[in-house]
Ligand binder design. Structure first.
Ligand code: NAD
Ligand code: DAU
Length: 341
């Protein structure tokens, strides 16, 4: 039984939703959130969790040995779940360096600290993008080749290999999940779905890359979080699980469905130059996690996307704040003038 967990990258999109789920559903668990608070991490995504029993925030870098090992020792950490990453494919094309530093060097430092501190379980939150791109047929299984195409996916694949190597060479207890595209509350509006909602609310054009017929397999973020928790608690050491919702949509279909919910015209769609090396199609075969742990998504895509659009409309101040880059006001309110930055 693991009671003291270090979540890295918990101020980002999926990490914040995961911590909220743990604090709401697992009383007695102690959760330490270590996050560097880059442009993508924001404590306002966890404002309802600050001050809850069992929750601590540490402002720090996963690449920093002293911070990571000091935090593990100080809080008696038994399990590490690594969400921290540079996560946006377009940014990895314009500047790959930081993706290697955070996603590869950062993961290596976490593994070394976890090994030295004899952590009971290390979990890596990976992505379906490590498998590369599909044609019109087939799905990624856990046995698919690792064939990443972008600097982002290459850095995530390298991290997966390091996690496997620490299991194989040092006998560390590690598990990996590889999930498809997530959507839901608190996603930074550079990613397709919140970008579309954010632009549409201001009647601004929605950039659709190339012909818009690339396919992604969408999963509501809470359902990814419940899958992660099932794998963390129940998988055997060294296992890898794919996670996905069987919701393949072309980007054009996706944007049209969001505009319909918002009551905005399709004339906002603007076709722009394609992403270099753009992966054409992702589709996850999630049958293994479904059969092994009886896991399944809690919402259909139609329910999830409706909830998501409504959440962003009800939280336009969050969208305004994270896009303004001015977080100081928020921290000062939350920490009565004692900003953690
Ligand atoms: P995100 O970009 O929203 O959040 C990343 C978080 O990591 C931020 O809070 C950021 O401040 C933090 N961070 C970055 N560098 C750090 C460092 N050096 N030290 C400590 N913290 C640091 O990302 P996300 O969409 O929440 O993704 C979380 C994880 O899940 C990533 O590893 C990503 O590869 C993976 N993933 C994402 C998706 C998706 O659809 N978003 C799907 C599958 C897997
Ligand atoms: O598959 C999982 C991955 O999903 C995660 O590992 C990544 O961290 C996450 O960012 C996401 O990657 P994508 O590149 O698929 O997500 P993004 O939201 O950037 O784009 C979704 C699709 O929409 C993709 O085909 C590119 C397209 N797109 C994106 C943007 C930002 C556009 O057409 N226009 C845009 O402006």
């Amino acid at each position: 039984m693991i009671n003291n967990i270090l979540v890295t990258g918990g101020a980002g999109f999926i990490g914040a939703n995961f911590i909220r789920m743990l604090l709401n559903e697992c009383p007695g668990l102690n959760v330490v959130n270590l996050d560097l608070l880059t442009y993508a991490g924001n404590l306002s995504s966890l404002s309802d969790c600050a001050g809850k029993p069992g929750y601590v925030f540490v402002h720090g870098d996963i690449k920093d040995y002293n911070t990571v090992s000091g935090t593990i020792k100080k809080y008696g950490i038994e399990g590490v779940i690594n969400f921290a990453a540079e996560s946006h494919v377009d940014r990895s094309i314009s500047g790959p360096g930081i993706f290697i530093e955070t996603n590869v060097t950062g993961t290596l430092n976490l593994l070394q600290c976890a090994k030295e501190c004899k952590i009971k379980r290390f979990m890596q939150i990976s992505t379906d993008e490590v498998y590369g791109s599909l044609g019109s047929e087939g799905m990624f299984t856990e046995a698919s080749l690792i064939k990443p195409n972008s600097p982002y996916s290459a850095s995530k694949a390298a991290a997966d290999h390091l996690v496997h190597a620490f299991h194989h060479t040092f006998g560390m207890d590690t598990v990996i999940t590889r999930c498809s595209n997530n959507y839901g509350p608190y996603q930074f509006p550079e990613k397709m779905i919140p970008l579309c909602i954010n632009n549409a609310r201001h009647d601004k054009p929605i950039p659709v890359y190339g012909d818009g017929l690339q396919i992604r397999d969408w999963l509501y973020v809470y359902d990814h979080c419940s899958a992660i928790w099932a794998v963390f608690r129940k998988a055997s050491a060294g296992e890898v699980f794919n996670v996905g919702g069987c919701n393949e949509k072309s980007n054009l279909e996706l944007v049209k469905s969001i505009l319909k919910i918002l009551g905005k015209p399709e004339s906002l769609i603007s076709f722009v130059k394609d992403r270099p090396g753009h992966d054409r199609r992702y589709a996850i075969d999630a049958s293994r996690i479904m059969k092994t742990f009886d896991w399944k998504p809690s919402v259909t895509f139609e329910e999830g996307i409706e909830k998501t659009v409504k959440w962003y409309l009800a939280n336009q101040d969050w969208l305004d704040m994270v896009t303004s880059g001015d977080y100081r006001k928020y921290y000062e309110q939350m920490y009565s003038g004692r900003s953690p930055l």
